[in-house]
Design a protein around this ligand. Structure first.
Ligand SMILES: NC(=O)c1ccc[n+]([C@@H]2O[C@H](COP(=O)([O-])OP(=O)(O)OC[C@H]3O[C@@H](n4cnc5c(N)ncnc54)[C@H](OP(=O)(O)O)[C@@H]3O)[C@@H](O)[C@H]2O)c1
Length: 360
């Protein structure tokens, strides 16, 4: 492992890109060397390119302000300055796929927030506490791409970053048979603030394009296994999802109903949640929460505004676990969508890849 990695953020002017820029300030392993975006921003100082779009709760890092934004399509030029890039761009799926593969083929690893490559069978989609072992597939991907260093690794969608971690520790002993989930998702998940999306004030929109399919399908890839150079998704549990956009700035809440093959007691569930940790904690990755899953006994917790920033927005909050009349149990859970659900999850994945030698 290197002492310090030079890092680029592709899509640095957007909502998730701004989070990456914020999180990289004073990062112990990663140094922000390049910001890149569309030709609209290229050539401008980062501060001028972002302008009034800066939506982070902390000021723009002084070092980032002065960086000159590069054109993300100048792949060789960007790749020559960095050890790897984070990618969070708003482009057509096929364009994103091509851009990310171009970086990989330029021997520049890509840690991506985009959905374009999530179902490419040799691209690992990783939540480090859950399926860190999937990064082994990178060797097969490198063979396909003909690269020595370059590859694409992705994180999963923000909607599922609360309920998949809550279900995961229960699977081995109790077998999750089916799950119904309703998500209540923040407007930053659409790259928006109340200033840029005033129609969302005092409103709820019962549709988020593509989100229900991602919420049902992506967990099965996380719980899949490697076979013949591909990640084969798990065939269960059956998940059905409804995803709503609600008027909060940050933080996705989920209401979950779950049935088991072997119904546990409430105490057994709480014990599993309290004891759960994964490779992110064992490796003491800099962005890993000390305690991944926090259970609140109070009936009115977790609350989006009070609890989304728990452990720097990297922990998952759970509450209201109780028996249900149609499923075995129901509960609610919450995670920060642009931290754990997007840039924070991306940084944690990059830390895992660095710790395991994939960025050298
Ligand atoms: N927001 C979330 O919570 C969240 C969570 C998980 C995943 N994601 C995913 O992350 C990605 C970015 O989302 P976002 O919310 O950050 O979007 P956003 O705020 O709209 O930002 C989009 C970024 O993409 C850049 N871009 C647009 N067209 C480009 C082009 N042709 N070439 C290069 N760069 C281009 C923009 O640069 P300019 O400023 O120069 O236009 C900007 O930096 C999306 O794929 C989204 O699905 C978002």
């Amino acid at each position: 492992m290197k002492k310090q990695y030079q890092v680029g953020v592709v899509g640095a002017t957007g909502m998730v890109g701004q989070r990456f820029v914020s999180l990289l300030e004073n990062h112990p392993w990663f140094h922000l060397a390049v910001v890149a975006a569309s030709p609209r921003s290229a050539g401008k100082r980062y501060e001028d390119a972002v302008g009034s779009r800066w939506a982070m709760p902390t000021p723009m890092p002084a070092q980032a302000k002065e960086l000159i934004v590069m054109d993300a399509s100048d792949v060789e030029a960007v790749a020559s300055k960095v050890d790897f890039v984070f990618c969070a761009v708003d482009m057509k799926k096929e364009e994103i796929k091509a851009l990310e593969e171009a970086y990989a083929k330029a021997e520049c690893p890509v840690v991506s927030n985009n959905s374009a490559h999530r179902f490419t069978p040799d691209v690992p989609m990783v939540v480090p506490e859950i399926n860190a072992d999937h990064i082994r597939i990178i060797e097969d991907q490198r063979k396909r791409l003909g690269t020595k260093r370059g590859f694409v690794a992705v994180k999963s969608n923000c909607s599922l970053q609360s309920y998949v971690p809550a279900l995961h520790p229960l699977m081995a002993d109790f077998g999750v048979s089916k799950c119904l989930v309703c998500t209540y998702q923040a407007i930053s998940g659409a790259g928006k603030t109340f200033e840029t999306w005033p129609e969302m004030v005092d409103n709820c929109i019962p549709y988020i394009g593509g989100e229900e399919e991602k919420s049902e399908k992506e967990p099965l890839k996380l719980w899949g296994h490697i076979e013949n150079g591909q990640i084969v998704p798990a065939s269960s549990p059956a998940i059905t999802a409804q995803c709503l956009r609600i008027p909060v700035s940050d933080g996705h809440m989920a209401a979950v109903f779950v049935s088991f093959d072997k119904k546990p007691t409430k105490e057994q569930i709480l014990e599993k949640w309290a004891a759960f940790s994964g490779p992110a904690q064992e490796l003491e990755l800099p962005s890993a929460p000390k305690q991944f899953l926090h259970y609140f006994e109070e009936d009115n917790r977790p609350q989006t505004k009070l609890d989304r920033n728990l452990e720097n927005g990297m922990a998952v909050s759970i509450g209201r676990l109780r028996e249900d009349t149609q499923y075995d149990y129901k509960f609610v859970c919450l995670s920060h969508n642009t931290l754990r659900g997007a840039a924070g999850g991306g940084v944690l994945l990059a830390e895992l890849l660095a710790a395991k030698g994939y960025l050298d």
